[in-house]
Design a protein around this ligand. Sequence first.
Ligand SMILES: CC(C)(COP(=O)(O)OP(=O)(O)OC[C@H]1O[C@@H](n2cnc3c(N)ncnc32)[C@H](O)[C@@H]1OP(=O)(O)O)[C@@H](O)C(=O)NCCC(=O)NCCS
Length: 182
Amino acid sequence: MEGDEELIFRLAAPSDIPRFPLLIEVSVRGLSAADYSASQMDQALGTWLGLDTRLIEDGTYFVVETAEGQLAACGGWSRRRTPYGSDHRPDRDDALLDPKTEAAKIRAFFVHPEWARRGIGSHILELCEQAAQAEGFTRLEMGATLTGIPLYRRHGYVEQERIELPLANGETLPIVRMSKLL
Ligand SMILES: CC(C)(COP(=O)(O)OP(=O)(O)OC[C@H]1O[C@@H](n2cnc3c(N)ncnc32)[C@H](O)[C@@H]1OP(=O)(O)O)[C@@H](O)C(=O)NCCC(=O)NCCS
């Protein structure tokens, strides 16, 4: 981790939930404008891009905050089948993955623009990889936004397929499934 300010990495708690929507919106609008149009971001926020509170219940979602309690980032992983998307995506699947044969999911990373490119995303990713490995997973995957691809590539994830997520107005949100063997 680079930077002079002290940051606290901890597991998210239910009391954090009301704080996430603003962080997520500021992160997407501030960091993804070169990858997605305003209309794609409008449609995807709160549906494909948003919080899955199941991860908080599972103890697999991290928050990063300053000593003053400002949210700098969030992100996590999942031992369940739902591969991406917020609480409001349709067709969720909470079934548990089999660590022997299936890949754990990296989920919902959002860094505040003021804290971008300081190693926070990388550090959350390492925490997720360690936790998944401790539960016996040997493979990890995610549906990466176009914005997320360089971070995950940097950590050894390989692009597998491009997916066009449908949006309510008929447009799509392109993402890329990426995976890595631990
Ligand atoms: C993707 C995201 C989480 C990255 O977080 P971050 O804390 O800035 O990432 P890091 O500082 O750990 O970056 C590590 C490395 O990844 C690569 N990287 C990260 N963001 C990059 C970018 N925008 N352009 C090019 N390379 C990038 C670089 O190699 C970087 O190392 P460097 O800064 O020394 O060059 C952040 O941009 C974000 O929140 N984006 C908006 C929401 C989103 O799309 N989330 C991903 C969901 S899958």
